[in-house]
Design a protein around this ligand. Structure first.
Ligand SMILES: Nc1ncnc2c1ncn2[C@@H]1O[C@H](COP(=O)(O)OP(=O)(O)OP(=O)(O)O)[C@@H](O)[C@H]1O
Length: 251
């Protein structure tokens, strides 16, 4: 397994007087699917931005695959295999699905795409792209121009493009947001098929998705982790029920 782990210790991010990340200590094992849940404004996106390097922490450490990375830029962490499913690379609407996945793979290899060369001339990359597309259940639309995709397919493509860059740890920020029930079910299926092969940090509001996929869950409230544990432990945790699920929650 190529997956790497991630640890944070006493991580702090302040916005003026607000501690959006307030002493977060997390330990994510290689190959684990670890979900982070929490109410709106709890600091989930801020935490992801600290992990990718888009934001700089004020205090604390981030250790990726054994290396302290808290002072390093985004590209260094991408080079270590830390990939975020959106934003890592822009999708070209006028290109097909397979062309977009090829571009993501080429970028990772440091190869610049020569516009006058047909994609098919990048044989090995094309082969890899097709395999990833199949894995992401996008084969039927592989040669479709992205602007014609359904919303859910576009979100699957974002994951496919992250996979094309050979991730060792994937950060997924609400991958099911805005999806229909059928699209959400397809996305859950995709994530299930990726489980164990990559380390995955999943931020998701859809509790069905979280409870059906996560190995462990951490609950973030006002910038602090109030609980980390298995699905059962989180479901039954009194503070979690009070702060997040609602005291009468039986979900
Ligand atoms: N750049 C910023 N400047 C000032 N305050 C910020 C900034 N970014 C986030 N915040 C504040 O930090 C807190 C955490 O925000 P964050 O977006 O990380 O929460 P979240 O858990 O991702 O929320 P949501 O579930 O609604 O996406 C919020 O109070 C937010 O208003």
């Amino acid at each position: 397994m190529n997956a790497i782990g991630l640890r944070t210790q006493d991580l702090v991010k302040r916005f003026g007087g607000l501690r959006a990340t307030d002493g977060v200590t997390l330990e994510i094992e290689p190959g684990e699917l670890h979900a982070i849940i929490g109410p709106n404004g709890a600091g989930k996106t801020t935490l992801i931005n600290l992990l990718t390097g888009e934001l700089r922490s004020d205090e604390g450490s981030i250790v990726l695959g054994g290396e302290e990375v808290s002072g390093t830029p985004v590209q260094h962490r991408v080079g270590m295999g830390l990939l975020r499913s959106y934003q890592i690379t822009s999708i070209f609407d006028a290109f097909t699905v397979v062309e977009n996945v090829c571009l993501a793979a080429l970028r990772k290899k440091g190869v610049r795409w020569a516009v006058w060369k047909p994609m098919s001339s990048y044989g090995d990359v094309m082969e890899k792209a097709r395999a990833i597309i199949e894995q992401c259940h996008l084969s039927d639309v592989a040669d479709t121009v992205v602007s014609n995709l359904a919303y859910g397919q576009r979100r699957q493509l974002e994951v496919a493009m992250a996979l094309a860059a050979d991730p060792r740890i994937l950060l997924l920020d609400e991958p099911m947001a805005g999806m229909s029930a059928a699209e959400g079910a397809a996305a859950i299926e995709l994530l299930r098929s990726l489980k164990g092969r990559y380390t995955i940090l999943l931020i998701e509001h859809d509790m069905n998705a979280v409870f059906s996929l996560a190995d462990r869950i951490s609950v973030l409230v006002y910038g602090k982790i109030v609980a980390t544990g298995s699905i059962e432990e989180i479901r039954n945790h009194p503070e979690v029920r009070r702060a997040y699920l609602g005291d009468d929650a039986d979900a």
